[in-house]
Design a protein around this ligand. Structure first.
Ligand SMILES: Nc1nc2c(ncn2[C@@H]2O[C@H](COP(=O)(O)OP(=O)(O)O)[C@@H](O)[C@H]2O)c(=O)[nH]1
Ligand SMILES: [Mg+2]
Length: 255
C-alpha cells in the first residue's frame, strides 16, 4: 500500500521539527514503520537526524556563497532549486517502503505555503494520501487576535493545497490548563471568542466571528488538539486523526 504522508506545517519556531522527531519516536514505540524527511534547506540545527534530508541536494549556505545572495534570497532560490530535485528525492523516500512519511517543512511558513515548489512536491507523489498537521504556536494563540490570525493562516494553507488538515496546539506543557481550555473554547464557540475580542476593536471582532461561522457552515472544525512534543502527549490523537481520514478509523496493524 502507498504510504501516508504527514506534513508538519506552522509558523517559524512553532515546533514543527521537534514534533516531527517526537511523532517519529512515538511511532517507533508503537511498532509503526515511519521515516522522517527534512524539507528545510536552510536549517542549521535540526535536533534529530532525518532519514531523507533536502540538504543533501541543496544547501542555503552554499547558494549564499556561490550566488552572493543574502539568507532570504538564498532560501527562495533553494526552494525553487529543490523543486527540480523532487522526482529524485521522492524516489529516495519511496525506496524506504515506509507506511508513514513524516515531513518537516521549512522554518519560514511562506516557503512552504506560497512558493510553487511545495505544490510540485505534493504532486511529485503518486497518491493523494497526504495530510497537513498545522501547529499553532501557543505564544501567538494565547491572545484572541493571535489565535484568529493563526486560524486564518491555516485556512489559507488548506485552501491552497486542498489537502486534509489537522490543527494541533503545540507546546501545551508551557500553558496552564486554564489557558488551554480558553483557547479550545474560543476555537469552538464563536460567542466566547466574540466576547474575548469585544473591546474597542469591533471590526476585528466581527471579521473574526464571521470567519469562524463561515468555516463552521462549511463543516470545517477549527478546534486544535492539544499536544506537547516535550512530554510526548497528544501523539495518539494525531495518529487517530490520520486513521480516521484515510482508513475510516481502522487500525493499520504494526509489522
Ligand atoms: N516546552 C516545549 N518546547 C518546545 C516544544 N516543541 C518545540 N519546543 C521548542 O520550541 C523551539 C522551536 O522548535 P522547532 O521544532 O525548532 O520549531 P520549528 O521552527 O517549527 O521547526 C525550540 O527551542 C524547541 O525546543 C514542546 O512541546 N514543549
Ligand atoms: Mg524546523
Amino acid at each position: 500500500m502507498d504510504p501516508v504522508r504527514i506534513y508538519f506545517v506552522g509558523t517559524a519556531g512553532s515546533g514543527k521539527s521537534t514534533l516531527t522527531q517526537a511523532f517519529k519516536l512515538w511511532m517507533d514505540q508503537q511498532g509503526f514503520n515511519a521515516v522522517t524527511v527534512n524539507l528545510d534547506p536552510g536549517v542549521e540545527e535540526l535536533g534529530y537526524v532525518p532519514d531523507v534530508d533536502i540538504r543533501d541536494w541543496v544547501s542555503v549556505p552554499q547558494v549564499m556563497a556561490e550566488r552572493g545572495l543574502g539568507p532570504n534570497g538564498a532560501q527562495i532560490a533553494c526552494a525553487d532549486m529543490a523543486a527540480i530535485q523532487f522526482p529524485e528525492i521522492s524516489n529516495v523516500i519511496e525506496e524506504f517502503r515506509a507506511d508513514y512519511v513524516l515531513i518537516d517543512t521549512p522554518g519560514q511558513i511562506e516557503l512552504f505555503a506560497f512558493r510553487e515548489a511545495s505544490a510540485v512536491f505534493l504532486n511529485a507523489f503518486s497518491t493523494t494520501q497526504s495530510i497537513i498537521v498545522f501547529v499553532l504556536d501557543p505564544a501567538v494563540a494565547k491572545t484572541p487576535a493571535g489565535l484568529v490570525s493563526l486560524l486564518m493562516l491555516s485556512s489559507s494553507i488548506q485552501f491552497r493545497f486542498d489537502t486534509p488538515m489537522e490543527l494541533v496546539l503545540g507546546k501545551c506543557d508551557m500553558l496552564e490548563p486554564e489557558e488551554i481550555e480558553k483557547i479550545l473554547e474560543h476555537c469552538g464557540n464563536t460567542d466566547s471568542l466574540l466576547f474575548a475580542l469585544d473591546d474597542h476593536m469591533n471590526m476585528r471582532a466581527v471579521a473574526a466571528t464571521e470567519f469562524l461561522k463561515a468555516m463552521e457552515s462549511l463543516g470545517v472544525r477549527m478546534v486544535p488538539k492539544p499536544i506537547s512534543s516535550l512530554e510526548m502527549t497528544g501523539m495518539n490523537e494525531i495518529y487517530r486523526t490520520v486513521q480516521m481520514v484515510f482508513f475510516g478509523g481502522e487500525d493499520l496493524s504494526p509489522d
